[in-house]
Ligand binder design. Structure first.
Ligand code: AVI
Length: 330
């Protein structure tokens, strides 16, 4: 007997092993249960994130894009007219267009977008292929692996610019962010650069609106973690029994996203052979989104061995692009 197209369309998508491990570990914690923010970005979550970037309450992506557009010429000049441009977590690559266009006006550019999502890389290539003088060479990998693969393609004498945009660094803990800046510094040569986008501290009400929008898109983005477990791991989460919650932790200057269990419940995740118990009101911590002060970003770079070359700030929303340049390694 032949399977029908409908039967195929209901086939369970294969679980990503790293996500499955993090689910098993995070939901069996005795104290605060967790799910990894990296798990947001399956096909559904990536599409929801694209919608978030369009919401009136979420000004982060627009501020990032506006700054990059207005400062592209200055960034390329301050970075010493790089020939190899590496982007970490490229997404659709839309924000990078101005930097690439400006770079290509000075000479040919080898552009290496790095992302764990093949779909994102395909979109990025399709969106940017029309820029003359830019060779696009996508790398499907984690940031750490991707940087090594990208730098292995450096030709002698080529200057490198690494882009880490969109305040993705804010989704690391402060310790992880410091270690990351340090690790990249050790891999680069004097006069290479790193451009980091960071969302800045702003009024709590503005932040809470940005992470709990009136249309409920961020709530859906958060709840999609549970829906993804249902799809990939035969989970039995009833999404109506969980509520999206965004809190601002003033001491740590970060938004914390949680999923709160509305009732006491037990949820099976068959593919993991697991049943998870929730008390009424218990939460799963799904994401931290750190907010920075402009001088704090400069200090973080300095402590990781970078020289701050320039900083551009959007004061309307509160966003900074900071260009770090590698001096000689001590
Ligand atoms: C990707 N990252 C910088 C976003 C942020 O603002 O932390 C992810 C996000 N989470 C909720 N809304 C957007």
């Amino acid at each position: 007997m032949f399977a029908t197209a409908a039967a195929f369309s209901h086939a369970r998508p294969r679980a990503d092993p790293a996500f499955a491990r993090a689910v098993a570990e995070g939901l069996t914690r005795v104290r605060q249960k967790t799910l990894p923010a990296s798990g947001f970005y399956d096909a559904v979550g990536s599409a929801l994130f694209e919608v978030i970037t369009l919401l009136p309450e979420y000004g982060l992506t627009r501020a990032d894009a506006t700054l990059l557009e207005c400062a592209a010429e200055e960034i390329v000049t301050a970075a010493g007219e790089p020939e190899l441009i590496v982007e970490l977590g490229s997404g659709t690559g839309a924000k990078t267009r101005h930097i690439l266009t400006e770079g290509a006006a000075r000479g040919s550019i080898h552009y290496l977008p790095i992302d764990i999502s093949r779909a994102a890389l395909r979109n990025c290539e399709a969106a940017l292929h029309d820029i003359g003088g830019v060779l696009i060479d996508p790398i499907e990998a984690t940031y750490a692996e991707g940087i090594d693969l990208a730098l292995a393609r450096r030709q002698s004498g080529q200057r490198v610019l690494i882009l880490f945009l969109g305040s993705t660094i804010g989704n690391f803990t402060r310790v992880e962010a410091a270690a990351f800046l340090h690790r990249i510094r050790r891999r680069l040569l004097p006069r290479d650069s790193l451009l980091v986008g960071t969302d800045l501290v702003k009024p709590t009400a503005t932040l809470l609106r940005a992470y709990d929008d009136s249309l409920g898109v961020t709530a859906a983005f958060n709840l999609n973690l549970l829906a993804r477990i249902n799809r990939e791991m035969d989970g039995q989460f009833d999404l109506a029994q969980f509520a999206h919650e965004a809190r601002y932790n003033e001491r740590q200057s970060r938004i914390e996203m949680h999923l709160r269990s509305r009732v006491a419940q037990r949820v099976g995740i068959d593919a993991l052979g697991l049943t998870v118990s929730f008390a009424q009101g218990e939460t799963i911590w799904t994401e931290s989104s750190h907010k920075f002060r402009a001088e704090e970003v400069r200090r973080m770079g300095k402590q990781a061995g970078w020289q701050t070359s320039r900083q551009w700030i959007d004061r309307q929303w509160g966003f900074a692009e900071t260009l770090f340049t590698a001096g000689s390694v001590s």
